[in-house]
Design a protein around this ligand. Structure first.
Ligand code: G3P
Length: 218
């Protein structure tokens, strides 16, 4: 299973890469807007920092506009994946970009049928948003189960990239189901490391050794 960081914050990406468990990065217009920096240069900076796949999203919603912006994004660096919204025009652009050898990440997926048409269009990744489905009272993880099963049934090569991840249970369930990738904020990634018994156990080990009055070399 791959871990992508869902952020456009350079410091967070540096931190995640230092931990050694981050395989790629996903961004979107909202995340880049939060940084208050220019759009394309931010995607380029991230792609230079992170050796793995870096998703940068088009802002256009018509086919020609998405193709033009998608090609420019892909031209920034070899590891840039073009993120495209799940619209008929978007999937038409995905088909063309795929034929040109450009990798795509189809975003804003909220149903199994949307995932099915994205795979048929040749998407490299599909991004179902689990947290936003949970927010409106639907079960985000049930959608991941369905997509993974459908893709297995028909041997689609499109990778399931679980997005809108909010907490460690989303990661745990994605791993059990067999999703290919989860993209998560740094805070959610840091929560994967934590358990209260680890903290208590470590404090006890160190306190017990402290009672000897000896050092590491004694
Ligand atoms: O990048 C897409 C997705 O991960 C957004 O997450 O938390 O804004 O629903 P969120």
């Amino acid at each position: 299973m791959q871990f992508f960081l869902d952020t456009a914050d350079i410091d967070e990406i540096r931190q995640g890469l230092d931990w050694g468990v981050v395989d790629g990065v996903t961004t979107n217009p909202s995340l880049i807007a939060k940084q208050g920096k220019p759009y394309l240069p931010t995607v380029k900076e991230i792609a230079e920092l992170c050796p793995g796949p870096v998703s940068g999203e088009v802002l256009a919603t018509d086919v020609e506009g998405m193709l033009e912006q998608g090609r420019r994004l892909a031209g920034l660096a070899d590891n840039v994946v073009v993120k495209i919204p799940l619209l008929p025009a978007g999937l038409q652009a995905v088909r063309t970009l795929t034929e040109e050898g450009i990798k795509t990440n189809v975003t804003l997926c909220f149903s199994a049928n949307q995932a099915l048409v994205a795979a048929k269009a040749g998407a490299t990744y599909i991004s179902p948003f689990v947290g936003r489905l949970d927010d409106v009272g639907q079960d985000g993880m049930e959608l991941i189960e369905d997509i993974v099963e459908i893709y297995r049934n028909y041997l689609f090569e499109t990778e399931v990239l679980v997005a809108s991840v909010r907490h460690p249970m989303h990661v745990h369930q994605s791993a059990i189901i067999g999703a290919d990738v989860v993209t998560l904020p740094l805070k959610a990634l840091s929560q994967l490391y934590r358990h209260q018994l680890t903290d208590i156990g470590l404090a006890n080990f160190l306190a017990d050794w402290e009672t000897t009055g000896k050092t590491f070399d004694d």
